[in-house]
Design a protein around this ligand. Structure first.
Ligand code: 9WN
Length: 421
């Protein structure tokens, strides 16, 4: 008898589990990734809340003394299997680095949101194990790092990313113009990733040469955050997740008998800043603002829809129309990562068109929360049917669900579990 989608997803999460954390996929991604672990924990909480807490706890154990949660926590035994690896970052030589080998970059702050959901799934176990209290104080330090060291110079309420990898949406058209100003690294760049995914489904050599130049430059500065910032953009997805996570911190604080009002204030402030600084009236969507030329990037991408997660966000109606319109669900079955009506749209190429499960999951929750049942119902089959049918891929063609990227991808499996259960 064929196994159910939940059994199939559970089997993937078992295979990708190392004993302390879940790799995004064996082969392509053999280490622990920051925002992946948060999405994975959200799914795991339905199956095994203890393991969900362990998943987050193993990422938290890599926190730097400045509060940052690193993009990647490396498994040194797999250092040749992914680039750039531990040998590139040499994080242990940096005074502020955490106790585990890690990347110096960061990823979107979905962790407090995940920690709250994991707590809610098993409040008794969470309190008894001390998870809630320790996660709360550590996550406050993570948000303080963002607010202090990554503050936007244009709008102090927002934070900036310093590398496309930090967005989580690496080759999104949002970063094209900023990357055009960045020189190419002269280092010879290993590409073990291309053993595991098609050439037309991953960023090209030109992008990698710029990704490396930026990473080398950040590393040369000891991964400190002062000084010049050749690449600095306020991303609407990154900032919306920070606001969602501030609201989660408020609930954690209150559950611990403390005052959550400061977190709520910060969440509201970020939402106001999204409205005042990142809204593109003509395009009807939030977008990134480039701090180097102080321009809004004129591109419709899924990043600009994620603020729909924030209750009471301004422009919600217009944003929902954009989501339903020709750039997104008007021409695709699932939400593409980038405007399907734009010339740069490519349904197979990573963050330039394919539908990703994490962004579709966030929008599904946002639409449910806003009472937009009709649009939400259109996304449900991605999780309840398509994911299992096509082997839980990293992403799919947004028009027909054809699988792309690597298969047996952990957050795809975890978020399918979350929707089904
Ligand atoms: C660089 C692990 C990560 C995700 C990112 C996704 C991809 C890495 C890469 O894989 O990025 O961080 O090598 O392409 O873009 O969102 O966290 O799954």
């Amino acid at each position: 008898m064929a196994s159910s989608p939940v059994d199939a997803a559970r089997a993937i999460l078992e295979t990708n589990w190392t004993g302390g954390h879940t790799v995004p996929a064996t082969g392509l991604y053999p280490h622990q990734w920051s925002w992946d672990s948060a999405f994975i924990a959200i799914g795991l909480r339905r199956l095994d809340p203890v393991r969900a807490r362990t998943e987050l706890g193993s990422l938290f154990a890599a926190q730097w003394s400045d509060g940052r949660l690193p993009q990647i926590v490396y498994d040194p035994s797999r250092d040749d299997d992914y680039a750039p690896g531990d040998a590139f970052w040499r994080s242990r030589e940096l005074p502020e680095a955490g106790p585990l080998p890690s990347s110096g970059l960061i990823q979107p702050p979905n962790h407090a949101w995940a920690a709250w959901l994991v707590h809610e799934a098993d409040p008794v176990g969470s309190e008894a194990s001390g998870f809630l209290a320790s996660a709360y104080s550590l996550l406050v330090r993570w948000h303080d790092y963002l607010a202090e060291r990554r503050r936007s110079r244009r709008d102090r309420r927002l934070v900036v990313i310093r590398h496309p990898w930090e967005a989580g949406t690496d080759n999104s058209p949002l970063w094209d113009a900023a990357l055009a100003r960045i020189p190419a690294s002269s280092t010879s760049i290993p590409r073990p990733d291309l053993d595991h995914a098609g050439l037309g489904e991953r960023p090209g050599a030109r992008e990698y040469a710029k990704y490396y130049w930026l990473a080398e430059r950040y590393r040369a500065g000891g991964c400190r955050d002062g000084g010049d910032r050749p690449f600095a953009l306020a991303c609407p997805q990154f900032n919306a997740l920070l606001a969602v996570s501030e609201l989660a911190l408020a609930r954690m604080a209150e559950e611990l008998g403390r005052d959550g009002s400061e977190h709520r204030r910060r969440g509201r402030e970020i939402a106001e800043a999204l409205d005042e600084t990142l809204w593109h009236e003509e395009l009807g969507i939030f977008t990134a603002r480039d701090e180097v030329d102080d321009e809004l990037v004129p591109r419709r991408t899924v990043n600009g829809l994620i603020p729909l997660l924030l209750p009471g966000i301004s422009h919600a109606e217009r944003l929902t129309d954009t989501l339903a319109g020709p750039a997104f669900l008007g021409s695709c079955r699932f939400v593409p990562s980038s405007d399907a009506s734009a010339p740069e749209f490519d349904p197979a190429l990573y963050w330039r068109g394919p539908a990703w499960f994490n962004t579709n999951w966030m929008l599904l929750r946002a639409l449910w929360g806003a009472g937009c049942e009709d649009l939400a119902e259109r996304l449900v089959p991605l999780f309840t049917e398509v994911a299992a049918e096509v082997g839980f891929p990293e992403y799919v063609d947004p028009r027909d669900g054809t699988p792309r990227g690597t298969r047996s991808f952990s957050w795809t499996a975890a978020l399918a579990v979350d929707v089904i259960m």
